[in-house]
Design a protein around this ligand. Structure first.
Ligand code: SF4
Length: 326
């Protein structure tokens, strides 16, 4: 029986919008709405969706880098909701993030050694000599060399900088890595090297990943299960194979049909995704996807579909599957 490492329950994030002369609150951007999922120890959960769907905000809320408006995050059986700063720092030793733009997330004035040593200093881990030794070891683990320790971020290529970003995340020996678009700023040829590195590290260090990306091909390659987000909500979640072979939600179908197939003999039915995503400050009534859905019914305009287990282990939020609602 797989062991749950992280559980998210009804997570919400509203960012207030202020306006007028006195800067009064005039509304909210509903970035994340009622998102629930779990991640098993040792697995990779992918989170996909178009830009602005709330996947990155969700990732940051897991570590409380952004405070949730409501909902709960439970890590190793302990709720993170009411932890004070000291308690939260202890937990963050076990949860680390890898960011999209390694250049922006690495201090350009610090050497690689200083960048990698910092998490150890923050968490009071090791003496100076041990820390320096750990930096050298970690550089080798991520495929760089110990002599790179004295160089600065600008002296590396994009792929190498992301390796430094990964090394920094690994310094405290975390259990969970939340990777937010970790390869989307890299050339396609470099992407697969970084993805393979992440896969190898997962096996060697028994890591669990939450992998956030908009590229469905990348997510398919690395994930055991995938959750699809639209306008702040999770609309479908299941095993990677099931999602890609038998997507249920019309939004997932549209996303997948837009992915090019390398074999010209394989004909795919193309579902066009028309229009833009509505504004999260004024989300549509009923199903959030109804303004773009080719299968929209009357009920979809008025009633929001709840996420349900349509088939064993396959959850979708869509009225097309209401007959299986309990
Ligand atoms: Fe489309 Fe209706 Fe399903 Fe929403 S609930 S995805 S509008 S069919």
């Amino acid at each position: 029986m797989p062991e749950i490492l992280l559980k998210v329950d009804n997570l919400k994030k509203y960012f207030p919008i202020s306006g007028g002369v006195f800067g009064k609150k005039v509304g909210d951007v509903r970035a994340v709405e009622e998102v629930s999922f779990f991640v098993n120890k040792g697995e990779t959960l992918g989170l996909v969706g178009e830009s602005g769907c709330g996947k990155s905000t969700t990732g940051r809320m897991l570590m409380r880098l952004i405070e949730p408006t409501a909902g709960e995050v439970v890590f190793e059986g302990n709720s993170l909701t009411n932890l004070n700063t000291t308690e939260l720092r202890k937990v963050r030793k076990d949860m680390q993030m890898v960011f999209q733009d390694p250049f922006a997330s690495l201090n350009p004035r610090h050497t690689v050694e200083k960048i990698l040593e910092e998490p150890l200093i923050v968490h009071g881990m090791g003496r100076k000599k041990e820390r320096k030794q750990k930096v050298k070891e970690m550089l080798e683990v991520v495929g760089l060399s110990s002599y790179h320790a004295n160089r600065y971020p600008h002296q590396f290529s994009g792929g190498q900088r992301q390796r430094i970003g990964i090394a920094r995340a690994l310094m405290t020996r975390p259990k969970l890595i939340i990777a937010d678009e970790p390869v989307s700023a890299l050339d396609v040829s470099i992407q697969s090297q970084v993805l393979n590195l992440l896969k190898d590290l997962q096996k060697d260090l028994q890591l669990t990943y939450i992998f956030i990306a908009h590229d469905l091909g990348v997510v398919k390659y690395i994930s055991d299960r995938v959750g699809v987000m639209y306008l702040g909500r999770l609309v479908e979640i299941t095993d990677t194979e099931k999602l890609y072979e038998n997507p249920l939600h019309p939004y997932t179908k549209a996303l997948l049909s837009a992915v090019p197939v390398p074999d010209p003999d394989i004909q795919k039915e193309r579902v066009l995704l028309e229009g833009d995503m509505p504004s999260p400050s004024n989300p549509p009534r009923g199903c959030a996807f109804h303004t773009r859905c080719t299968e929209c019914m009357d009920i979809c305009r008025t009633t929001r579909p709840q996420i349900r287990e349509v088939e064993p282990g396959h959850f979708a939020a869509c009225h097309l599957f209401q007959e299986s609602e309990k």
